[in-house]
Design a protein around this ligand. Sequence first.
Ligand code: FES
Length: 117
Amino acid sequence: MDKKYKWYKIADSESELHFGPNNLLETEAGGKRICIAKGEHLYACAARCPHAGGIIADGFLNDSNIITCPLHRYKFSLENGRNTSGEGYYLKTYPVKTTEEGVFVGIEDKGLLSWLK
Ligand code: FES
């Protein structure tokens, strides 16, 4: 099914995103705390780990776009949120797009009116 997204601007350009040395940062989009990762592309995911609330932006990103939570070191794919270390959790991911107007994170539009369109 085609998901509808509402796009929230997080920066005027990619160069305005101030990543830490681990290529991760935490920001806000659409009222949600979001972690932005600079891997092969820009990725966005929930700021807190689904296991026990670890701060994902304090984690580690590898060359395969796998993020490791700093608390118990569970690993998640930023491509699809899959828990690649096998504990059975799912990290919420969000689409990111960069246009001339800025960098945007897409949050699924579950508003009351979304099903009327
Ligand atoms: S809180 Fe992230 S692995 Fe436990």
